[in-house]
Design a protein around this ligand. Structure first.
Ligand code: MN
Length: 481
């Protein structure tokens, strides 16, 4: 039955480097060699080819051969390939059939347990794959879609399935560990982005958020990490950030977080690309690593050498936390996360063994308006609208709704009622959601807030009220940092 007519029909020997033998009598082998090629075509897959009757009977397996029994994967029966193909690796030109890079992933001998037109049961002995696999037609179907499963035993007796639904370990807010204990800790920069647990299986990436929501389709550029890892199964922990001017920008990331369709996400990925900063490893090749010490997990992570167009492994520094914190300040980063080097990974837990040390910077502000409160804050201030004097007037820099004592709320409310005016004192636009229901005041009161950092559009991130500064006049207020 074997013939290469379909193989030849799909290829132009003048355009592809793949072997296209002349027609003639098929060579005879011993029906006992196999090859697996990793094929970075439009969709990554592994081509499993079994020598049989003078050709290579071929299956394209999108996620690769399963590492453990119980996992059933798609295996698309493709056209028979010539025996010469067993030695092929190279780049099939774009636009040609199967365009993309192909390389030899494994090869070896195989034994046939059963071979029919519905089921191919073989034992593979390769360098990377060793085990019995059954390719079988899906129930009642006669098309190209077959399935494959591993029979009897996993790739290793201790193989653990890739976990699903792992939540990230969280840090407690605090300060640097004491100097005597400094050497017991590892320090990383704190990145201003969104947390992500990234699962890679069969070259495919799935991403879940801090609370476990699936956000895979939001970040299409991270799929390339799957192609980079190939069949290597991992669960990674990291932060997705959007860089702007060399620094993580939460404002830029906002452009990415709310895509409502895959098409919109792809457009946003082109205009505002993200980077996955990988800082921890939770599972690797059939082994959970959450029970390993942080230092050991980091060593395994670094061995993976994850550095690519949309991902990298930022450093973790053992000891010298003060210097790392100083460097983070110098770089305008959010702060530092200290992780005890002997700490295990506790999924979903907020742990004192991870400590985030962030800088909150103080800033004097001029009050330009307020929004009345609701609920428990009915009758007093809900939020203050804040400005900083610039050359051309009072620039809106954000609103603050936290950090007030009850006494301050009462005093401020009375003061602000006395300063009311009908028009906004701000000379820059106040976002509609902030301006809605706002009462404007003469810009006379000066206060102080603390905030995390400036956004790229000149607003304060997460400001909290610290109090009035009666010692200062509006003209003395300056933007800091
Ligand atoms: Mn292929």
């Amino acid at each position: 039955m074997a013939d290469l007519a379909e193989y030849r029909r799909k290829r132009d020997p003048g355009r592809t480097p793949e072997p296209v033998p002349d027609e003639g009598v098929l060579p005879r082998g011993a029906d006992d060699t196999f090859v697996i090629q990793e094929h970075h075509a439009s969709s990554l897959h592994w081509d499993v080819r079994l020598e049989r009757g003078g050709v290579l009977v071929s299956f394209a397996v999108p996620k690769g051969l399963p590492p453990e029994p119980g996992v059933i994967r798609l295996a698309v029966r493709t056209e028979d390939h010539p025996l010469e193909y067993a030695g092929f690796s190279g780049v099939i030109p774009k636009g040609e059939y199967g365009g993309g890079e192909m390389f030899l992933w494994d090869r070896g001998r195989y034994e046939t347990v059963k071979w029919s037109d519905r089921e191919v049961d073989v034992v593979l002995h390769g360098d990377r794959v060793d085990g019995e696999f059954v390719f079988f037609r899906r129930d009642g179907r006669s098309g190209k879609d077959w399935m494959v499963r591993r029979r009897h035993v996993a790739a290793r007796p201790d193989w653990e399935s890739l976990p699903e639904g792992l939540l990230p370990m969280l840090a407690t807010a605090g300060s640097l560990p004491s100097a005597e204990r400094d050497g017991d800790w590892s320090y990383e920069f704190k990145w201003d982005g969104v947390r992500a647990v990234v699962r890679v299986e069969g070259g495919r990436v799935t991403i879940s958020s801090r609370v476990g929501n699936d956000v895979t389709s939001t970040y299409p550029e991270l799929q390339a990490l799957g192609a980079r890892l190939g069949v290597t199964q991992v669960v990674l922990d990291g932060e997705i950030v959007a860089f702007s001017g060399g620094r993580p920008s939460f404002a830029a990331l906002q452009q990415r977080m709310h895509a409502s369709s895959a098409a919109q996400a792809r457009r946003a990925a082109r205009s505002t690309p993200v980077t996955l900063l990988v800082f921890d490893l939770l599972h690797l090749e059939g082994r959970s690593t959450v029970g390993l010490a942080h230092a050991d997990r980091r060593a395994l992570l670094e061995e993976l050498g994850l550095s690519g167009p949309s991902w990298l492994t930022p450093p973790a520094f053992r000891g010298d936390g003060a210097a790392v914190l100083a460097a983070s300040r110098e770089q305008g980063l959010e702060g530092v996360v200290a992780k005890r080097s002997d700490s295990l990974y506790s999924p979903g837990a907020r742990s004192p063994l991870w400590v985030k040390i962030t800088d909150w910077q103080a800033q004097e502000v001029v009050v330009g308006g307020w929004r009345p409160g609701e609920g428990k804050r009915k009758g007093v201030i809900g939020a203050l609208l804040l400005g900083i004097p610039e050359d051309d007037g009072l620039a809106f820099v954000g609103s603050v709704g936290t950090g007030f004592s009850d006494a301050e709320l009462a005093v401020l409310t009375t003061r602000l009622r006395g300063l009311g005016q009908s028009v906004s004192p701000f000379t820059t636009a106040v976002p509609r959601e902030r301006a809605k229901g706002a009462l404007w005041v003469r810009p006379e009161l000066v206060g102080e807030v603390v905030h995390r950092q400036w956004t790229s559009d000149g607003r304060m991130r997460h400001p909290a009220w610290r109090g009035l500064r009666p010692d200062k006049g509006p003209a003395e207020v300056r933007r800091l940092g």
